[in-house]
Ligand binder design. Structure first.
Ligand code: NDP
Length: 340
């Protein structure tokens, strides 16, 4: 089911105090959209540590409260718009103990709700309003008078009006203009984490190995970088796929290309990859294995150098032939030969 503006009743938000925890990508965009949709500024509080994000909120005219607990005390509705990995720590320790019994908690991702990492009272509403769009576009599309796609769901209906509130909030942040799709935290997590842990890693490996095979066959680094992705042809293909269809976009390619791709895809046996994909989905994503592993390293992500596991992963990937070549030629293609 897809919900539009006419499905949302803004009266439900009248006189509600709405708190934004975080003023980053999503927080800044959603808070501004909500205010521009007619929610009075005095009913909106941005709560953030005392730093550049807080300054940004102040410069945009928002009331800023640095003490999360104080902000939580007055919140009828609270948007959790800080990074997923820090939400359990911050919410459970500094927000949840002060929240009203009938507060509405809004998440923009299903992660912490699906894996039950946040502590709610049964009387509270927990709704997901998850834009399928980066924060800057959430704002720019709203300013242009357009909407953006969004997933909406009720994960806990403490007050009995969770869905109506979720739709009203979807409307004021600008989502129901394009259509808010009924979903669930489970669905959002399954699709998001599957894409991140199964689909895109395979694409990384396909490109990496294709690069090495063609290099071994005598193709030059610069030709390969350009041919494979720096020309932005893959980006154009995906753009056409979104507009014309995943397969039908092939009609823009040469006949040799069309035949090669259509026939080649039918010759490939997908059963091994399907089995591997299922294994990742059920035995790594949905059963919480990845979540437990990620929680165990979460605090290390704020460290510097080799103590930060992300830095080590980047370093490992930088050793591939593709990455080494890219380092040399990325600059060439953007700045010209004299800089190489
Ligand atoms: P950001 O990384 O932009 O969040 C930054 C904000 O979080 C800042 O206000 C920052 O303030 C605060 N913050 C960071 N760490 C802490 C901490 N330890 N304690 C308190 N505050 C902290 O987050 P996003 O906007 O990217 O993501 C927010 C939510 O939106 C997530 O649930 C995400 O999954 C979801 N989402 C994000 C999308 C995106 O495109 N980015 C798309 C759709 C959903 P400080 O200066 O204090 O660090």
């Amino acid at each position: 089911k897809i919900y539009y503006d006419s499905d949302a009743d803004l009266e439900l938000l009248k006189d509600k105090t709405i708190v934004f925890l975080g003023f980053g990508n999503q927080g800044a965009a959603q808070a501004q959209n909500l205010r521009d949709s007619g929610i009075p500024n005095e009913k909106i509080i941005v709560t953030n540590r005392e730093d550049a994000y807080a300054e940004d909120a102040k410069s945009k005219g928002f009331n800023v409260e640095h003490n999360f607990s104080k902000a939580a005390q007055v919140a009828d509705i609270i948007f959790l718009l800080i990074p997923d990995q820090v939400q359990p720590r911050v919410f459970n320790e500094q927000v949840a103990p002060s929240l009203k019994d009938n507060a509405v908690v809004v998440v923009a991702s299903g992660y912490n709700v699906f894996f039950e990492l946040l502590q709610f009272k049964p009387s509270q509403d927990v709704v997901m309003v998850a834009p399928r769009m980066i924060g800057s576009s959430v704002r720019s599309l709203y300013v242009k008078g357009k909407g953006f796609p969004c997933f909406v769901s009720v994960e806990q209906d403490g007050t009995g009006s969770g869905m109506s509130i979720a739709l009203a909030l979807s409307r004021v942040i600008g989502a129901t203009k394009a259509g808010a799709i009924a979903s669930s935290a489970r669905e959002e997590v399954a699709m998001d984490l599957f894409a991140e842990q199964a689909l895109w890693p395979n694409i990384i490996v396909l490109f990496r190995e294709a690069f090495s095979v063609l290099k071994e066959a005598g193709c030059s680094d610069e030709a390969l970088c350009y041919e494979m992705w720096m020309s932005k042809e893959p980006a154009e293909i995906f753009e056409r796929a979104a507009e014309d269809g995943f397969i039908d976009q092939l009609k823009y390619h040469s006949t040799v290309s069309q035949y090669g791709q259509l026939n080649g895809a039918l010759q490939l046996d997908g059963s091994a990859i399907r089995a591997r994909f299922k294994d990742i989905l059920y035995n790594q994503v949905l059963n919480g294995k990845f979540c437990r592993e990620f929680s165990s390293i979460e605090q290390d992500l704020e460290k510097d150098g080799n103590a930060n596991p992300l830095n080590n992963l980047y370093e490992e990937h930088s050793k591939s032939e593709l990455a080494q070549a890219e380092k040399r030629y990325q600059y060439l293609f953007t700045n010209g030969s004299e800089h190489v």
